[in-house]
Design a protein around this ligand. Structure first.
Ligand SMILES: Nc1ncnc2c1ncn2[C@@H]1O[C@H](COP(=O)(O)OP(=O)(O)OP(=O)(O)O)[C@@H](O)[C@H]1O
Length: 339
């Protein structure tokens, strides 16, 4: 990653949703959702397809109006921010660039609208790794390049808050790695970063905190480390109960896992090996126990993909089985997220 710096981000700005609710007709897309996103941290906003992520992000960005509750950035509704471009940057969709316009021209139009110099455009093209594509028409960009252009657009005003909807969509493994490093660099500058995804594993190496929703409702929030649980070790031996007893004497707790495994509450494998040796027990397997995030995410959100229709949906108390007609402001709100 280039080390070119964005300009100064003075202090962090929090994102806050309080009892945020959005109904489309009688359908509750977002249901009394409350969460906070802290400066200097990357927060994953997660949920299966149709959970209400994009609807929530649109409310945060003032593109659609909440039915109830509030969504604020730095303590204010988006429309009340004095210089929104310097407070919040967003990339909701990677596809809404004018296909005939070059990446550089696209950014120049946005920069001019925000009173920013053209030099900022070149700086961003460099930072997001697409300087060579600057003269190419956006219509010829790959999905990954459009994602990078969207990110460049979001960062033009050096905002303190960055809101990105599924930013790794269309990126190859190298691009995903680049994005991870890039977002970390920005969060180290103190920026507040909210990144949506429908896959926990996709962001597990990127994010510090998570907000997980299903059916428009909160199902879990907190630090990624809490979600992973305390690090531990899995051991296989001929007599797990005897090894557990020997470990207890050494002040290490252990409990039975699946298929005769022993889950030991330490990451000190040498200690476990030494205790087993003294107890005269063979070690057949000794490895880190990693949280099964895929299973956890599935458990938390199972069967709640509302885009799949009735059979797979777990409707909220007020949700009908069919969608209400799209609200007009929602439809127009989908356009021009980056414009
Ligand atoms: N304007 C609208 N009118 C009616 N229903 C809508 C409207 N916008 C979204 N919905 C519905 O609200 C639910 C939440 O949609 P949303 O796009 O916020 O989900 P999401 O979590 O972003 O999903 P995905 O991961 O598929 O993008 C979906 O069932 C969707 O069909």
């Amino acid at each position: 990653m280039t080390t070119a710096q964005t300009t100064t981000s003075t202090r962090g700005a929090r994102i806050e949703a309080r009892d945020l609710t959005k109904t489309f007709g009688a359908f509750k897309a977002v249901d009394t959702l409350s969460f906070e996103v802290e400066p200097g941290r990357i927060t994953g906003f997660l949920g299966p397809n149709g959970a209400g992520k994009t609807t929530t992000l649109r409310m945060l960005l003032g593109l659609i109006h909440p039915t109830a509750g509030s969504a604020t950035i730095d303590g204010q509704k988006y429309h009340d921010l004095d210089h929104p471009q310097s407070i919040v940057g967003s990339a909701l969709e990677a596809t809404n660039f004018h296909p005939g316009r070059s990446g550089r021209d696209h950014l120049r139009v946005l920069a001019a609208a925000g009173g920013l110099p053209d030099s900022r455009v070149d700086e961003l093209l460099e930072l997001t790794g697409i300087p060579a594509a600057a003269r190419k028409r956006a219509g010829e960009y790959s999905m990954g390049m459009r994602q990078r252009l969207g990110l460049a657009a979001a960062l033009l005003g050096d905002p303190r808050v960055l809101i990105l909807d599924e930013p790794s969509n269309g990126l190859d493994p190298e691009g995903i790695r680049w994005l991870r490093g890039f977002l970390r660099h920005l969060s180290n500058e103190g920026k507040t970063i909210l990144v949506s995804s429908h896959l926990l594993q996709e962001v597990e190496q990127t994010v510090d905190d998570v907000v997980i929703i299903a059916n428009g409702r909160m199902v879990r929030s907190g630090a990624m480390s809490e979600l992973r649980g305390a690090p531990s070790t899995i051991v296989r031996t001929s007599d797990p109960a005897q090894l557990a007893g020997a470990l207890r004497v050494a002040d290490v707790l252990a409990q039975p896992g699946d298929d005769g495994e022993l889950i030991v509450e330490t990451t000190d494998k040498r200690l476990v090996g030494d205790v087993a040796l003294r107890a005269g027990l063979p070690i057949w397997e000794l490895r880190d126990r990693k949280a099964d995030l895929e299973a956890l995410f599935f458990e938390l959100t199972e069967g709640t993909n509302r885009n799949l229709g009735d059979g797979n949906a777990v409707p909220t108390a007020t949700a009908p089985t069919t969608h209400a007609p799209h609200e007009t402001d929602a439809i127009s709100g989908q356009e021009g997220a980056n414009e």
